[in-house]
Ligand binder design. Structure first.
Ligand code: PMP
Length: 389
């Protein structure tokens, strides 16, 4: 498409044309055999992407926040203790949702750009009988990447359920749900899963389902209640029709296409591609004299980068210069530092060419705000780095 601007925000992303084509059909009935097969296929393929052969997937119409809501609504009963481990804006959202369902919440917040230490997490778990903890794998407001495995180990040690917000990580960062023993991993379609917005995707362990089955009180959210959705998911997986709420048929057809693309690349290759592109992009950003929000590259996400503007930059003006150069980026999101940084998404179908286009626009836009750089330096750094792999 001529003059199309490249969408480089951290979701929605640029989607594979095959995914977009899969959506563009006359909507079949949600009880038609071919659709039931596609839905069932999505559920089976999700288990492969999450590496959760023993998990129970749910596909529900809604955004990522609904997936967060569903996890908490089903597992929390009034008075339960919840430990929220936060690395930014989206971690805090788990606190708000848990309070809404009557939980007694403790929030452990990392300093901006850092992670919460395992010692602090263990101290908390030792001192209170938590029912569950939440982790944000990649907080999209800070681009901080948390290693969920040692936290999942602690959760198992203290017999606490674990929920991972993988909205900005599933199909982009390494995840092994069953091996690591994470109880719920959620995502949303518009991120590295590569489907337009509208699907809340959740995979739940059998352990968490058993805890849910033993609830003493009703789930306080009618739409999110697994009791309504579980029979539907089981029916679709077994190949027969069932109804609770009309599924977003065209999005599910797109999801099937995207999951097939993801698995044909292979999970290992896909994660490595994200790591390689992200690390070359970070070096290119450093070559421009810019700084990242995460305090070191060991905790920098591979699905997006959060980058400080040069001092005294008008962020709105800078983002509009980027758009003039045909690349759409996102401004800051963390309320405390919102106007000091911008974000570039690099997940899903993102390519080397997309990042070269972005760096080129970045250089031109920096020049336009009178930030002195040698034109081409970040492009050279990026290309050199990519060819050294
Ligand atoms: N968690 C994370 C880590 C996210 O990146 C987002 C969306 N940016 C959300 C939760 C909320 O998802 P949604 O906007 O789809 O409701």
């Amino acid at each position: 498409m001529k003059n199309k601007k490249l969408l480089m925000i951290p979701g929605p992303i640029e989607f594979d044309s095959k995914v977009i084509s899969a959506m563009g059909v006359q909507t079949p009935s949600h009880t038609e055999l071919s659709f039931i097969e596609s839905f069932g296929n999505c559920l089976r393929l999700m288990k492969k992407v999450w590496l959760a052969p023993g998990g129970q997937p749910f596909i529900v119409s809604g955004s990522g926040t609904l997936a967060m809501d569903m996890a908490i609504a089903n597992l929390v009963e009034p008075g339960d203790k919840v430990l929220v481990i936060s690395t930014g804006y989206f971690g805090e959202r788990f606190k708000d949702i848990s309070i809404r369902y009557g939980a007694n919440v403790t929030l452990l917040t990392a300093p901006i750009g850092e992670v919460v230490s395992l010692e602090d997490i263990e101290d908390e778990l030792k001192n209170k009988d938590y029912k569950l903890l939440t982790i944000t794998h990649v907080d999209t407001s800070t681009a901080v990447l948390v290693n969920p495995k040692p936290i999942a180990d602690l959760a198992k040690k203290y017999e606490v359920l674990s929920i991972l917000d993988g909205i900005c990580s599933v199909a982009g960062e390494e995840i092994k749900q069953d091996d690591w023993g994470l109880d719920v991993i959620i995502t949303a379609s518009q991120k590295a899963i590569g489907v337009p917005p509208g699907l809340a995707l959740v995979v739940v362990s059998q352990k968490a389902l058993n805890v849910w089955k033993k609830r003493k009180t009703l789930v306080l959210n009618y739409y999110s209640d697994w009791g309504n959705w579980l029979p539907i998911m089981k029916a679709y997986e077994e190949g027969y029709p069932a109804y609770f709420g009309t599924p977003p048929v065209n999005l599910i057809l797109a999801l099937e296409t995207s999951l097939k693309i993801i698995l044909s690349e292979g999970m290992l290759n896909r994660i490595k591609r994200h790591q390689k592109l992200a690390s070359a992009f970070r070096l290119a950003v450093f070559s421009l004299g810019l700084k990242l929000l995460p305090i070191n590259t060991g905790i920098a996400a591979n699905t997006l980068s959060a980058i400080y503007y040069p001092d005294n930059t008008d962020g709105g003006l800078f983002c509009s210069k980027m758009a003039d150069n045909n690349v759409i980026i996102a401004g800051g999101l963390h309320p405390e530092i919102k106007s000091y940084y911008f974000r570039v998404g690099h997940m899903g179908s993102v390519s080397e060419t997309d990042l070269i286009t972005t760096l080129n626009a970045l250089e031109l836009s920096l020049r336009a705000i009178n930030y002195n750089i040698d034109l081409g330096i970040s492009l050279d750094t990026f290309k050199k780095e990519m060819s050294s792999y």
